[in-house]
Design a binder for this molecule. Structure first.
Ligand code: TRP
Length: 355
Protein backbone atom coordinates (compact mmCIF):
# COMPACT_ATOMS: atom_id res chain seq x y z
CA UNK A 1 0.00 0.00 0.00
CA UNK A 2 0.98 3.63 -0.34
CA UNK A 3 2.85 5.55 2.33
CA UNK A 4 0.14 8.22 2.67
CA UNK A 5 -1.99 8.59 5.77
CA UNK A 6 -5.26 9.23 3.94
CA UNK A 7 -6.81 8.17 0.68
CA UNK A 8 -8.94 10.76 -1.06
CA UNK A 9 -11.34 9.75 -3.83
CA UNK A 10 -13.76 11.81 -5.85
CA UNK A 11 -15.46 11.69 -9.20
CA UNK A 12 -16.94 14.01 -11.80
CA UNK A 13 -19.44 12.93 -14.46
CA UNK A 14 -18.55 13.68 -18.09
CA UNK A 15 -22.08 14.72 -19.05
CA UNK A 16 -21.50 18.02 -20.79
CA UNK A 17 -20.41 21.59 -20.21
CA UNK A 18 -18.38 22.08 -17.06
CA UNK A 19 -19.25 25.30 -15.26
CA UNK A 20 -18.25 27.45 -12.30
CA UNK A 21 -20.25 25.23 -9.94
CA UNK A 22 -18.18 22.18 -10.93
CA UNK A 23 -15.00 24.19 -10.51
CA UNK A 24 -15.66 25.84 -7.12
CA UNK A 25 -17.69 22.98 -5.64
CA UNK A 26 -15.41 20.16 -6.73
CA UNK A 27 -12.34 20.58 -8.95
CA UNK A 28 -10.77 23.50 -7.04
CA UNK A 29 -11.15 21.54 -3.81
CA UNK A 30 -9.56 18.47 -5.42
CA UNK A 31 -6.51 20.63 -6.18
CA UNK A 32 -6.33 21.78 -2.56
CA UNK A 33 -6.55 18.23 -1.22
CA UNK A 34 -3.21 17.49 -2.86
CA UNK A 35 -1.55 19.44 -0.03
CA UNK A 36 -2.68 16.81 2.49
CA UNK A 37 -0.79 13.69 3.46
CA UNK A 38 -3.01 11.77 1.10
CA UNK A 39 -3.00 9.71 -2.06
CA UNK A 40 -5.64 11.45 -4.16
CA UNK A 41 -7.62 9.66 -6.87
CA UNK A 42 -9.73 11.76 -9.24
CA UNK A 43 -11.99 9.78 -11.49
CA UNK A 44 -13.97 10.74 -14.58
CA UNK A 45 -17.04 8.60 -13.93
CA UNK A 46 -18.06 7.64 -17.45
CA UNK A 47 -20.01 4.60 -16.25
CA UNK A 48 -22.18 6.89 -14.13
CA UNK A 49 -22.65 9.19 -17.12
CA UNK A 50 -24.41 6.52 -19.19
CA UNK A 51 -27.11 5.99 -16.56
CA UNK A 52 -28.74 8.71 -18.69
CA UNK A 53 -28.29 8.28 -22.46
CA UNK A 54 -25.17 9.95 -23.84
CA UNK A 55 -24.38 10.51 -27.47
CA UNK A 56 -21.41 8.16 -28.05
CA UNK A 57 -19.63 10.61 -30.35
CA UNK A 58 -19.90 13.34 -27.72
CA UNK A 59 -19.04 11.18 -24.71
CA UNK A 60 -15.38 10.66 -25.61
CA UNK A 61 -14.95 14.42 -25.96
CA UNK A 62 -16.66 15.00 -22.62
CA UNK A 63 -14.38 12.50 -20.85
CA UNK A 64 -11.32 14.24 -22.26
CA UNK A 65 -12.73 17.66 -21.38
CA UNK A 66 -13.20 16.78 -17.70
CA UNK A 67 -9.67 15.39 -17.67
CA UNK A 68 -8.41 18.61 -19.24
CA UNK A 69 -10.24 20.65 -16.58
CA UNK A 70 -8.57 18.61 -13.84
CA UNK A 71 -5.13 19.22 -15.31
CA UNK A 72 -5.73 22.88 -16.19
CA UNK A 73 -6.97 23.57 -12.66
CA UNK A 74 -3.75 22.25 -11.16
CA UNK A 75 -4.27 18.57 -10.43
CA UNK A 76 -0.80 17.08 -10.86
CA UNK A 77 -1.15 13.73 -12.64
CA UNK A 78 2.12 12.50 -11.14
CA UNK A 79 1.14 13.20 -7.57
CA UNK A 80 -2.55 12.34 -7.96
CA UNK A 81 -4.11 9.49 -9.91
CA UNK A 82 -6.30 10.80 -12.74
CA UNK A 83 -8.29 8.22 -14.71
CA UNK A 84 -11.64 7.29 -16.18
CA UNK A 85 -13.77 4.74 -14.42
CA UNK A 86 -14.41 2.33 -17.31
CA UNK A 87 -10.68 1.62 -17.70
CA UNK A 88 -10.55 -0.01 -14.26
CA UNK A 89 -12.79 -3.11 -14.23
CA UNK A 90 -12.79 -3.40 -10.44
CA UNK A 91 -15.44 -0.64 -10.20
CA UNK A 92 -18.01 -2.76 -12.04
CA UNK A 93 -17.00 -5.96 -10.26
CA UNK A 94 -17.34 -4.49 -6.81
CA UNK A 95 -20.58 -2.74 -7.76
CA UNK A 96 -22.14 -6.12 -8.53
CA UNK A 97 -21.16 -7.52 -5.16
CA UNK A 98 -22.52 -4.38 -3.49
CA UNK A 99 -25.78 -4.79 -5.44
CA UNK A 100 -26.14 -7.93 -3.36
CA UNK A 101 -25.35 -6.11 -0.09
CA UNK A 102 -27.46 -2.96 -0.53
CA UNK A 103 -31.21 -3.29 0.11
CA UNK A 104 -34.03 -2.17 -2.17
CA UNK A 105 -35.43 -0.16 0.72
CA UNK A 106 -32.23 1.86 0.95
CA UNK A 107 -32.21 2.73 -2.74
CA UNK A 108 -35.92 3.57 -2.70
CA UNK A 109 -35.09 6.48 -0.40
CA UNK A 110 -32.53 8.10 -2.74
CA UNK A 111 -33.81 11.56 -3.65
CA UNK A 112 -31.48 11.98 -6.64
CA UNK A 113 -33.05 8.97 -8.35
CA UNK A 114 -36.52 10.41 -7.80
CA UNK A 115 -35.40 13.76 -9.24
CA UNK A 116 -33.63 12.30 -12.26
CA UNK A 117 -36.21 9.63 -13.07
CA UNK A 118 -38.99 12.21 -12.90
CA UNK A 119 -42.59 11.12 -13.41
CA UNK A 120 -41.89 8.21 -15.73
CA UNK A 121 -40.04 6.04 -13.22
CA UNK A 122 -40.92 2.80 -15.02
CA UNK A 123 -38.85 4.00 -17.94
CA UNK A 124 -35.69 4.90 -15.97
CA UNK A 125 -32.65 2.69 -16.54
CA UNK A 126 -31.73 0.07 -13.95
CA UNK A 127 -28.32 1.76 -13.95
CA UNK A 128 -29.84 5.04 -12.79
CA UNK A 129 -31.43 3.20 -9.87
CA UNK A 130 -28.18 1.40 -8.97
CA UNK A 131 -26.09 4.57 -9.47
CA UNK A 132 -25.34 5.05 -5.75
CA UNK A 133 -24.16 1.44 -5.44
CA UNK A 134 -21.58 2.02 -8.20
CA UNK A 135 -20.54 5.17 -6.36
CA UNK A 136 -19.97 3.13 -3.18
CA UNK A 137 -17.85 0.73 -5.24
CA UNK A 138 -15.79 3.64 -6.63
CA UNK A 139 -14.96 4.76 -3.14
CA UNK A 140 -14.52 1.42 -1.42
CA UNK A 141 -12.48 -0.30 -4.17
CA UNK A 142 -9.71 1.95 -2.88
CA UNK A 143 -10.91 1.87 0.72
CA UNK A 144 -10.94 5.66 0.54
CA UNK A 145 -11.11 7.50 3.84
CA UNK A 146 -11.99 10.99 2.57
CA UNK A 147 -14.42 11.98 -0.16
CA UNK A 148 -14.86 15.64 -1.14
CA UNK A 149 -18.32 16.12 -2.67
CA UNK A 150 -21.06 18.69 -3.01
CA UNK A 151 -23.97 18.91 -0.60
CA UNK A 152 -26.19 17.01 -3.07
CA UNK A 153 -24.08 13.85 -2.71
CA UNK A 154 -24.46 13.58 1.06
CA UNK A 155 -27.18 10.95 0.89
CA UNK A 156 -25.08 8.82 -1.47
CA UNK A 157 -22.17 8.93 0.96
CA UNK A 158 -24.42 7.83 3.79
CA UNK A 159 -25.43 4.88 1.62
CA UNK A 160 -21.73 4.14 1.05
CA UNK A 161 -21.25 3.99 4.81
CA UNK A 162 -24.27 1.71 5.18
CA UNK A 163 -22.94 -0.64 2.51
CA UNK A 164 -19.48 -0.73 4.12
CA UNK A 165 -20.98 -1.48 7.52
CA UNK A 166 -23.34 -4.16 6.25
CA UNK A 167 -20.53 -5.86 4.32
CA UNK A 168 -18.30 -5.76 7.42
CA UNK A 169 -21.16 -7.25 9.45
CA UNK A 170 -22.46 -9.84 7.02
CA UNK A 171 -18.98 -11.21 6.42
CA UNK A 172 -17.34 -10.56 9.80
CA UNK A 173 -16.32 -14.18 10.37
CA UNK A 174 -14.93 -14.58 6.87
CA UNK A 175 -13.12 -11.23 7.13
CA UNK A 176 -11.37 -12.45 10.28
CA UNK A 177 -10.73 -15.91 8.81
CA UNK A 178 -8.91 -14.28 5.91
CA UNK A 179 -6.69 -12.35 8.26
CA UNK A 180 -8.23 -8.91 7.80
CA UNK A 181 -8.96 -6.55 10.65
CA UNK A 182 -11.84 -8.06 12.58
CA UNK A 183 -12.23 -5.04 14.86
CA UNK A 184 -12.72 -2.23 12.37
CA UNK A 185 -13.98 -4.51 9.63
CA UNK A 186 -12.69 -4.68 6.09
CA UNK A 187 -14.10 -1.47 4.62
CA UNK A 188 -13.51 1.88 6.31
CA UNK A 189 -16.37 4.18 7.19
CA UNK A 190 -15.76 7.04 4.78
CA UNK A 191 -15.73 10.69 5.86
CA UNK A 192 -17.62 13.04 3.57
CA UNK A 193 -15.92 16.40 3.12
CA UNK A 194 -18.67 18.87 2.32
CA UNK A 195 -18.34 22.61 2.58
CA UNK A 196 -16.37 25.69 1.66
CA UNK A 197 -17.92 29.04 0.77
CA UNK A 198 -19.21 27.74 -2.57
CA UNK A 199 -20.28 24.17 -1.82
CA UNK A 200 -23.40 25.21 -3.74
CA UNK A 201 -23.00 27.68 -6.58
CA UNK A 202 -26.38 29.00 -7.66
CA UNK A 203 -27.72 30.17 -11.02
CA UNK A 204 -26.80 33.74 -11.99
CA UNK A 205 -30.42 34.27 -13.07
CA UNK A 206 -32.09 32.81 -9.95
CA UNK A 207 -30.27 32.56 -6.64
CA UNK A 208 -32.59 29.82 -5.39
CA UNK A 209 -31.67 27.35 -8.16
CA UNK A 210 -28.40 25.46 -8.51
CA UNK A 211 -26.09 26.48 -11.35
CA UNK A 212 -26.71 23.73 -13.88
CA UNK A 213 -25.52 22.61 -17.28
CA UNK A 214 -29.12 21.87 -18.22
CA UNK A 215 -30.53 25.35 -17.51
CA UNK A 216 -32.05 26.70 -20.75
CA UNK A 217 -30.35 30.08 -20.27
CA UNK A 218 -26.59 30.10 -20.93
CA UNK A 219 -26.49 33.36 -18.94
CA UNK A 220 -27.37 31.36 -15.82
CA UNK A 221 -23.89 29.82 -15.69
CA UNK A 222 -20.24 30.56 -16.39
CA UNK A 223 -18.83 27.72 -18.46
CA UNK A 224 -15.19 26.85 -17.84
CA UNK A 225 -14.48 27.38 -21.52
CA UNK A 226 -16.12 30.85 -21.66
CA UNK A 227 -13.68 33.57 -22.72
CA UNK A 228 -13.06 36.82 -20.85
CA UNK A 229 -15.80 38.73 -22.71
CA UNK A 230 -18.43 36.07 -22.03
CA UNK A 231 -17.47 35.88 -18.35
CA UNK A 232 -17.67 39.66 -17.98
CA UNK A 233 -21.03 39.89 -19.77
CA UNK A 234 -22.59 37.13 -17.64
CA UNK A 235 -21.42 38.63 -14.35
CA UNK A 236 -22.68 42.06 -15.37
CA UNK A 237 -26.08 40.60 -16.31
CA UNK A 238 -26.34 38.53 -13.13
CA UNK A 239 -29.55 39.09 -11.20
CA UNK A 240 -29.24 41.18 -8.02
CA UNK A 241 -31.56 43.07 -5.71
CA UNK A 242 -31.72 46.88 -5.40
CA UNK A 243 -29.96 47.19 -2.02
CA UNK A 244 -26.28 47.78 -1.29
CA UNK A 245 -24.20 44.88 0.05
CA UNK A 246 -24.61 44.32 3.79
CA UNK A 247 -21.63 44.56 6.09
CA UNK A 248 -22.47 41.33 7.99
CA UNK A 249 -23.08 37.81 6.70
CA UNK A 250 -26.42 37.76 8.53
CA UNK A 251 -27.55 40.52 6.16
CA UNK A 252 -27.32 38.09 3.23
CA UNK A 253 -30.17 35.91 4.48
CA UNK A 254 -33.26 36.27 2.36
CA UNK A 255 -31.08 37.72 -0.44
CA UNK A 256 -30.16 34.61 -2.44
CA UNK A 257 -28.58 36.43 -5.42
CA UNK A 258 -26.42 38.64 -3.20
CA UNK A 259 -25.42 35.61 -1.13
CA UNK A 260 -24.46 33.68 -4.26
CA UNK A 261 -22.29 36.44 -5.74
CA UNK A 262 -20.55 37.02 -2.41
CA UNK A 263 -20.01 33.26 -2.06
CA UNK A 264 -18.53 33.03 -5.57
CA UNK A 265 -16.23 35.97 -4.88
CA UNK A 266 -15.09 34.42 -1.58
CA UNK A 267 -14.43 31.00 -3.14
CA UNK A 268 -12.51 32.44 -6.10
CA UNK A 269 -10.38 34.51 -3.73
CA UNK A 270 -9.95 31.81 -1.05
CA UNK A 271 -11.40 33.98 1.68
CA UNK A 272 -14.61 33.85 3.75
CA UNK A 273 -17.88 35.72 3.12
CA UNK A 274 -17.02 37.79 6.22
CA UNK A 275 -13.78 38.91 4.58
CA UNK A 276 -15.60 39.89 1.38
CA UNK A 277 -18.20 41.93 3.27
CA UNK A 278 -15.49 43.64 5.30
CA UNK A 279 -14.21 45.06 2.00
CA UNK A 280 -17.50 45.52 0.12
CA UNK A 281 -20.15 46.07 2.82
CA UNK A 282 -22.11 49.19 1.82
CA UNK A 283 -20.97 48.99 -1.82
CA UNK A 284 -23.45 49.02 -4.70
CA UNK A 285 -23.65 45.92 -6.89
CA UNK A 286 -22.27 47.81 -9.87
CA UNK A 287 -18.97 48.33 -8.04
CA UNK A 288 -18.91 44.83 -6.57
CA UNK A 289 -19.63 43.27 -9.97
CA UNK A 290 -16.69 45.17 -11.45
CA UNK A 291 -14.39 43.57 -8.88
CA UNK A 292 -15.99 40.17 -9.41
CA UNK A 293 -15.50 40.39 -13.19
CA UNK A 294 -11.83 41.13 -12.68
CA UNK A 295 -11.36 38.26 -10.23
CA UNK A 296 -13.36 35.75 -12.31
CA UNK A 297 -11.58 36.61 -15.56
CA UNK A 298 -8.16 36.47 -13.89
CA UNK A 299 -8.87 32.93 -12.59
CA UNK A 300 -11.07 31.37 -15.23
CA UNK A 301 -9.83 32.73 -18.56
CA UNK A 302 -6.37 31.06 -18.29
CA UNK A 303 -8.02 27.86 -17.06
CA UNK A 304 -10.32 27.77 -20.08
CA UNK A 305 -7.47 28.51 -22.47
CA UNK A 306 -5.39 25.68 -21.02
CA UNK A 307 -8.37 23.31 -21.30
CA UNK A 308 -8.73 24.18 -24.97
CA UNK A 309 -5.02 23.59 -25.56
CA UNK A 310 -5.18 20.17 -23.87
CA UNK A 311 -8.34 19.05 -25.63
CA UNK A 312 -6.73 19.89 -28.97
CA UNK A 313 -4.17 17.13 -28.31
CA UNK A 314 -6.05 14.03 -27.10
CA UNK A 315 -2.86 11.94 -27.13
CA UNK A 316 -1.51 13.76 -24.10
CA UNK A 317 -4.78 13.37 -22.18
CA UNK A 318 -5.17 9.73 -23.17
CA UNK A 319 -1.65 9.01 -21.89
CA UNK A 320 -2.51 10.58 -18.53
CA UNK A 321 -5.68 8.46 -18.34
CA UNK A 322 -3.83 5.25 -19.22
CA UNK A 323 -1.13 5.88 -16.62
CA UNK A 324 -3.80 6.76 -14.03
CA UNK A 325 -5.80 3.63 -14.79
CA UNK A 326 -2.76 1.41 -14.27
CA UNK A 327 -1.94 3.00 -10.94
CA UNK A 328 -5.59 2.91 -9.85
CA UNK A 329 -5.89 -0.75 -10.77
CA UNK A 330 -2.76 -1.53 -8.75
CA UNK A 331 -4.64 -0.32 -5.66
CA UNK A 332 -8.09 -1.71 -6.50
CA UNK A 333 -7.05 -5.18 -7.67
CA UNK A 334 -5.79 -6.38 -4.25
CA UNK A 335 -9.01 -5.06 -2.67
CA UNK A 336 -11.08 -7.09 -5.14
CA UNK A 337 -8.96 -10.20 -4.58
CA UNK A 338 -9.61 -9.89 -0.85
CA UNK A 339 -13.35 -9.23 -1.40
CA UNK A 340 -13.65 -12.33 -3.60
CA UNK A 341 -11.95 -14.43 -0.93
CA UNK A 342 -14.20 -12.95 1.74
CA UNK A 343 -17.48 -13.63 -0.11
CA UNK A 344 -16.32 -17.14 -0.99
CA UNK A 345 -15.57 -16.96 -4.72
CA UNK A 346 -12.90 -19.22 -6.20
CA UNK A 347 -10.34 -16.93 -7.75
CA UNK A 348 -8.49 -17.72 -10.97
CA UNK A 349 -5.21 -19.49 -10.32
CA UNK A 350 -2.27 -19.04 -12.65
CA UNK A 351 -2.18 -21.90 -15.15
CA UNK A 352 1.17 -20.87 -16.56
CA UNK A 353 4.20 -19.55 -14.77
CA UNK A 354 4.82 -15.87 -15.45
CA UNK A 355 8.03 -15.53 -17.40
N1 TRP B 1 -22.23 11.17 -8.05
C1 TRP B 1 -21.17 12.14 -8.09
C2 TRP B 1 -21.71 13.45 -8.65
O1 TRP B 1 -22.58 13.45 -9.48
C3 TRP B 1 -20.00 11.67 -8.93
C4 TRP B 1 -19.33 10.48 -8.33
C5 TRP B 1 -19.36 9.21 -8.81
C6 TRP B 1 -18.55 10.46 -7.16
N2 TRP B 1 -18.62 8.39 -8.01
C7 TRP B 1 -18.10 9.12 -6.99
C8 TRP B 1 -18.17 11.43 -6.22
C9 TRP B 1 -17.33 8.74 -5.91
C10 TRP B 1 -17.40 11.05 -5.16
C11 TRP B 1 -16.97 9.71 -5.00
O2 TRP B 1 -21.25 14.49 -8.28
Amino acid sequence: MSAFKELVFSGVQPTGNLHLGNYLGAIKRFVEMQARDAQCLYCVVDMHAITLWQDPAALKGQIREVTAAFLAAGIDPKRSIVFNQSQVPQHAELAWIFNCVARLGWLNRMTQFKDKAGKDRENASVGLYAYPVLMAADILAYRATHVPVGEDQKQHLELTRDIAQKFNNDFSDSIAAHGHDAGDGFFPVTEPLIGGPAARVMSLRDGTKKMSKSDASDNSRINLTDDADAIAAKVRKAKTDPDALPSEVAGLSGRPEADNLVGIFAALKDVSREDVLRDYGGAQFSAFKGALVELAVETLAPLGAEMKRLVADPAEIDAVLADGAERAEAIAAPTLDAVKDIVGFVRRTRLHAVR
